[in-house]
Design a protein around this ligand. Sequence first.
Ligand SMILES: *[C@@H]1O[C@H](CO)[C@@H](O)[C@H](O)[C@H]1NC(C)=O
Length: 454
Amino acid sequence: MPRINKTAILALLIATSSVFLLFQLYYYRQYMSKHGTRSNGKAVQVGVNAQSQVVKTFLGLVTKYNLPVFLIDTTTLSHLLQESPQPRDPQDSLCRSFCTHRDVTTFALLAKLWKYDASLAQTAAERGLEFLEVRGKDPRLVGLDDLSGTEIPLHFLFRLNGNAVHLLVFYERSGNYLWHGALRLKPNMDRKFVSFRKLDFGRQAGAYDRPELVPASVDGLDVRIPKNISRFLNEHAQARFLECRYKDARAFYQLYPDDTSPEAMDFRLKAKSLLHLAARTLGELGVPFWLSSGTCLGWFRQCNVIPYSKDVDLGIWIKDYRPDIIPAFQKSGLPLKHKFGKVEDSLELSFQGLDVKVDIFFFYEEDDIVWNGGTQAKSGKKFKYVFPKFALCWTELVELKVRVPCETLDYVEANYGPNWNTPVKTWDWKTSPSNVKENGVWPVREWDEVIQVY
Ligand SMILES: *[C@@H]1O[C@H](CO)[C@@H](O)[C@H](O)[C@H]1NC(C)=O
């Protein structure tokens, strides 16, 4: 082995690090001069932009703590979408996406990839960041058996010069989706910390599919962002999540003990796998659906499938109808059992699963109501079920992230009347529903088309 002169190595090291320091200084100068002007030449002063400042300080903090945060801020993401592809140039530090003149910029964190470190608050303070942690009940522990609900961190807010970063904590839930809680301030909390009306996330609980993340350079800062920005923004627009009413469901079961017979358990298992299969089939087609009729009532009233309900009921907007729905279900092993009505009027599909069928009702929108139709095969009689208008929300049923009408009580009450909370075992779809109306008879010449039974 050749002898190496230690002094020479030391000299080399010093020389390299000086060169490195010089480089840093050079880039810092470049950065400062670039940062001072926008590409259109108008002067923007460094440090004056509070939004960009708080984001930088926040990112410095999360780097120190190895927090795998990602950007979910909708304004910034929309901005990136418009000017993508983002140049991955480290010198591209012009403040654009983080200088949108808003008070709050939102990031997210997956709870399972993060270990709570209590020194975060102090380090934040040392860096000049005011810090607020908002906790809430852990819904994964709230169930029919346990209503206690341990508190978990749901939101962190960091503030610098009146501008804030909102860090949202996503939790994985049993249906393999991401959930975040609503931001509810406790009485002792600083209500002026941030303008809560301006929050992008957290005014209500929300649910998302786990996004695929990619690294990006935003205003010269390294962040991770959802790979498919437009998908994430679409999800955000309809992410509101409703928790099941566990307390009321428990009260219901105290009055009407749950059926735990082998037949009931068997039906629930079959209904669960059918619901999962239908969700996958419609999901692949990109067709949104919600829990309707008895399946919706089961979720709302008792947070479960009603064991004597015989089938699974789904609703779909007629505007989302696609002719490939039928072949897609057939490919999933669910043959068509009947098709009633037509796309222009009262369409209804039924597919046969293992002992359990799935009924799909198509909903038609009118001025201030929505309705779906029914058809009696033997007489050709038509029925109409009228509901008040509703929006769609996410919830969880049988370990599936699934939609329900947000105004669920109105929906259930329209369908089942004011006594929806009392179980009724004998139910006639033509006469029992509160909202059923006779709607004439299909002309006989149309029967081949509008009454198809297999
Ligand atoms: C992004 O998601 C949308 C659905 O919101 C989809 O239509 C589109 O194909 C996706 N883009 C890519 C590149 O995967």
